[in-house]
Design a protein around this ligand. Structure first.
Ligand SMILES: N[C@@H](CCC(=O)N[C@@H](CS)C(=O)NCC(=O)O)C(=O)O
Length: 216
């Protein structure tokens, strides 16, 4: 099995952590990426397999797929243990929604911040920071009642929120100190044996490029 990820890809980080949590024997290749040219020139397999030209891409024999959430679904069927979705339909549906909430509702605020390079004097940045803060306060309430984003089991929803939070912090927006449950959850996830080495590699990349490194 081979996973194409990127040295500074939030969605690639998600897939890398999932593969590591499952303990899968998988080659991880980092596609060419630079802060100036981003993903150009596009890796040949990314260009061949993903019309969107994005990582992550997973290749496993006849299976060649893209999109981190699609990759989660495939991994869960192919390697059911350890389970990263809850077992019951209701709990699983809830967890999937939390994963989607991170990717499609929370993370776009990071993209808005990135577009103005975190410049807090810009209205777009102020609005994104306000929304991020609202999300963290909601998450904090949730995590005061349960250990993980979708209940008491570590799931793909935690992976998604952890990665999105790491990238958001790199642009300088850490959870408010009042969000102690989020901060503790983040630390706990960052220390997981599958997560810690990947977190270190992303942090090292930021440091090597003189970018702020989130303190997780
Ligand atoms: N929904 C996709 C999003 C993937 C995505 O946006 N990947 C970014 C890296 S984090 C990318 O490859 N961007 C290259 C580009 O858009 O040119 C997923 O979940 O994998």
């Amino acid at each position: 099995m081979k996973l194409l990820s990127g040295p500074l890809s939030m969605f690639g980080m998600k897939a890398e952590i999932a593969v590591a949590e499952k303990g899968i024997d998988c080659e991880v290749e980092l596609v060419p990426f630079s802060l100036r040219d981003r993903y150009k020139p596009l890796h040949a397999d990314v260009a061949r397999l993903n019309p969107k030209g994005q990582v992550p891409v997973l290749m496993d024999g006849e299976v060649e797929i893209f999109d981190s959430t699609q990759i989660f679904e495939y991994l869960e069927h192919r390697f059911p243990e350890p389970a990263l979705w809850p077992g019951s339909p209701a709990a699983r549906a809830k967890a999937r929604l939390e994963e989607l909430r991170s990717d499609e509702i929370f993370f776009p605020n990071f993209v808005a911040l990135l577009n103005v390079m975190g410049d807090r004097t810009k209205a777009e940045a102020a609005e994104a920071l306000r929304k991020i803060d609202v999300h963290y306060r909601e998450r904090d309430k949730l995590l005061s009642q349960q250990a993980y984003m979708a209940g008491d089991q570590f799931t793909y929803a935690d992976i998604a929120w952890f990665c999105a939070g790491f990238f958001t912090s790199f642009l300088g927006d850490d959870p408010d100190p009042a969000c102690g449950h989020v901060i503790a959850w983040r630390k706990r996830v960052g220390l997981r044996p599958a997560v810690a080495p990947i977190l270190r590699r992303f942090s090292d990349y930021l440091a090597a490029n003189r970018l702020p490194v989130p303190a997780i």
